[in-house]
Every structure is written in C-alpha cells, then in structure tokens.
Design a protein around this ligand. Structure first.
Ligand SMILES: NC(=O)c1ccc[n+]([C@@H]2O[C@H](COP(=O)([O-])OP(=O)(O)OC[C@H]3O[C@@H](n4cnc5c(N)ncnc54)[C@H](O)[C@@H]3O)[C@@H](O)[C@H]2O)c1
Length: 254
C-alpha cells in the first residue's frame, strides 16, 4: 500500500516558522516525523515532543554547528534536511547595492552550503542514507526583472544541489531541489509592493499579472510546495537525485 510514512525520521526545516517552511513542518508532522523548525524568529512559539523550534541564523557556521549538536542531543539522529530559509531583495541590476547582494547570497547560497555540509557529515557518519531537499525557485532556471541577486543565489542553489548529489550518492544520500513558481507568502506580498513601486504599478496589478502567467490559472499555496517536498523526503523518491523539480503550475517547463 502506498503511504507517505515518515515515522521514526528526524527532519530539520530551515525557515520553518512561516510561509512555505511552516507548511513543510506541518506536512512532516502529519507523516509522523519529528521536526526541528530552525528560524531567526521563534519567539513565543511552543515546542512539543515532536516539534522543536530552534533559533539560529543559517548563514552563521557556529550557530549551524550548535543547532546540529542540539538536534542530535534532542532527537538522537538526523534523516532529512530541508534548506528552505531564504530572503529576496529587489532592484534593477545596475542599481543593486553591494550590501543587498551580499545579504541575499549569505542567506540563500551560503546558508544552504553550511547547513548541507553539517548535515551531510552527520548522515555519512550515521551510515543509513538520508535526504537533502533545497528550496530553490524557478528563478534558479530563468531570469526575472528586478531580481538579480535573488536569481543568482537560486542558480547557485541548483548548482550546489547537483555537486552534492554526485558526491553523496555512494552514501545513499539523495540531494534534490524544488523550484516553486509564485507562492502566496509574506515574501511574495513584499515583492509585489516593492516591485510595484519600482515599476509604477500597484501590488494588485502585479498579482493579476502573476496569475495571468500561470497555465493552471492560479498561484501556488504553500501546501502545493510541501506536497512535493514530502515526496522527496519519502522512500518513493529513492531513485531521484540531483534534480530541480518545478512546482510552478506550468509556468516553467525546463
Ligand atoms: N514565495 C514564493 O513565491 C517563492 C517562490 C520560489 C521560491 N521561494 C523560496 O521558498 C523559500 C521560503 O520562502 P517563503 O515565501 O515562505 O518566505 P517567507 O519570507 O514567508 O519565510 C522565510 C522564512 O525564513 C526565515 N529566515 C530568513 N533568513 C533566515 C536566516 N538567515 N536564518 C534562519 N531563518 C531565516 C524567515 O524568518 C522566515 O520565517 C525561500 O527560500 C524562497 O526563496 C519562494
């Protein structure tokens, strides 16, 4: 019988307190996993026996190492890492400020490298395989106006996914990426406001423009993305590695 059962598995989800990450956390809990939701903001969130909220900046190597030690102390092992935390910044390429470029690269690219490396070392030591799932974007495959630093960072995520997939294959560690399209989250709301200001449009116009670009006729829910992440965390994706899976309602097809 087919069943997305993650009982006995321990998963780390970065950026797990809101948006796509939070949907992934709850999908994993529903499948029986124990989950660590790592985020910059965990204030007033209540941990349970199955769910640990942990405050850390994924772009800081010391904090990442400490987070991994805490996960092992708390749940005894690690099986799944979802590198979901990310930020965006908008400007025309000729106007991007150096500090904005660095900030986006630090979180979106360096954060993925630091967390993947720390978890991969742990998975290799455990010797029982594992799953690393990186949330890239269709911006990891295409260019989009005003998104220079973000597009570059998400291409970097896909590149690193492929290298880790090759290097960790012999340890039965699958490394794949999900490339969401347009997902209704706070990040997307902010992008519509800032993009609107830069283009002389209002946020609602941009939302209509977004929807008009999606063949399936709607933008994504966070659940649409979590569904595919669950599949990539399950045994049903054991023969997939190094892939960047589009979840875009048909907007990106390569
Ligand atoms: N929303 C979209 O349309 C869309 C599309 C494609 C890809 N994505 C990607 O999906 C992921 C989640 O995006 P979202 O829309 O849910 O965003 P969001 O802004 O709603 O949530 C991001 C979460 O990451 C956390 N975070 C940010 N920097 C962090 C850091 N340095 N350390 C720890 N946590 C940090 C934030 O506190 C927040 O909880 C991101 O990687 C984003 O690039 C989003």
């Amino acid at each position: 019988m087919y069943c997305m059962d993650l009982t006995g598995k321990v998963a780390i989800v970065t950026g797990g307190t809101q948006g796509i990450g939070n949907a992934i956390v709850h999908a994993f809990l529903d499948c029986g996993a124990k989950v660590v939701a790592v985020d910059l903001n965990v204030n007033s969130l209540q941990s349970t026996e199955q769910l640990l909220y942990y405050q850390a900046n994924i772009a800081n190597s010391e904090q990442v190492e400490k987070m991994i030690r805490t996960v092992i102390e708390t749940f005894g092992r690690i099986d799944i890492l979802v590198n979901n935390a990310g930020i965006s910044s908008m400007d025309y390429a000729v106007d991007i400020k150096e500090r904005d470029w660095d900030r986006v690269m630090e979180v979106n690219a360096k954060g993925v490298y630091l967390c993947s490396q720390a978890v991969a070392r742990c998975l290799k030591e455990q010797g029982e395989g594992g799953k690393i799932i990186n949330i890239s974007s269709q911006a990891g495959k295409n260019g989009y106006r005003l998104m220079g630093s973000y597009v570059a960072s998400k291409h970097a995520v896909l590149g690193f996914t492929k290298v880790m997939a090759i290097e960790l294959a012999k340890d039965q560690i699958n490394v794949n990426a999900v490339c969401p399209g347009i997902v209704e989250t706070d990040m997307k709301k902010n992008e519509r406001v800032i993009g609107g200001e830069l283009r002389g449009l209002n946020a609602e116009d941009i939302k209509d423009e977004d929807i008009s670009q999606v063949p399936l006729g709607r933008t994504a829910t966070t659940q649409d993305i979590a569904n595919v992440v669950v599949f990539l965390a399950s045994k049903y994706s054991d023969y997939m590695t190094g892939q960047g899976i589009n979840v875009t309602g048909g907007m990106t097809m390569h």
